[in-house]
Design a protein around this ligand. Sequence first.
Ligand code: ATP
Length: 221
Amino acid sequence: MAEAPIGIFGGTFDPIHFGHLRLAEEMAEQINLAQIRFIPAGTPPHRSMPRTDAAHRLAMVELATANNARFVVDTREMVSPSLSYTVDTLHSLRVSFGTTQPLCLLLGADAFLGLTNWNRWRELFDLSHIAIAHRPGYPQSTWKDNMPEALRDELEKRLAHPDDVKSCAAGLIVMRPITALDISATHIRDTLRGGRNPRYLLPDAVLDYIHTHQLYLPEAT
Ligand code: ATP
C-alpha cells in the first residue's frame, strides 16, 4: 500500500526565514507530504561552519515551526557528531522509518546544482527521492548550463510527477515552482550586522529571539 511521503528538510537555518518556511509549506501541499522534518545541520561538511551556536539555530527553528502540525524538528544531526553528511542522515532516517516509507529530500535549486560536491551523492538516490524547489537567482533556463553532466543524466533518468513519489521509497526527482521569495540567511545576517531591521523576512518570534540573545550584532569598528 502506498504511504504518504515524509519530507526531509536540512539546512544551517542561520537563521530560519520565510524562504525556508514557504518552501516547506508549498512542497508539503504539492507532494502531499505527511510531515516535514526540519533537520538543522550540526557541522556541515560542504560549506563553511555556521557561525551561530547550534543551540540557537535549533531554538529559532523550533519557534518558527511551532504552530504548524506538519512541521517536525529533528535534532539527529545536532546530537550525533557522526551525522555530518546528508547521506548518513538519510541512513539514520531509514533505520527510524524502515525501508518502504517514501522519503523526500527537499532542496532549493542552488543546493541541487551543487549536489555532485556532496559526499557519496549518488547514494542519496538509493535512500530518498529529491524534490527541487525553484529559488530566485537560479532560473531554470540556466540550470542545464550550470549542471555537471553526471547530475543532468540523473535528472533526465529520474524526473517524475509529484504523484509518483508515494509509489516507491526512493530514487525519483521532482521539480516544483514555489512562490519566489528572494530571501537568504546571509542577507538577514548582513542586514542585522549593518544595524538595519530584517523584519518581514522572517517570523517575529525568531527576530525577537535574535534580539534577546544578541545574535548577529554589528561588528565593532
Ligand atoms: P545562507 O544564506 O546562510 O547560505 P540560506 O538562506 O541559503 O542560507 P540554508 O539553511 O543554507 O539557507 O538553506 C537550506 C535549504 O533551503 C537549501 O536547500 C536552500 O536551497 C533552501 N532555501 C533557502 N532559502 C530559500 C529561498 N528563499 N527559496 C527557495 N529555497 C531556499
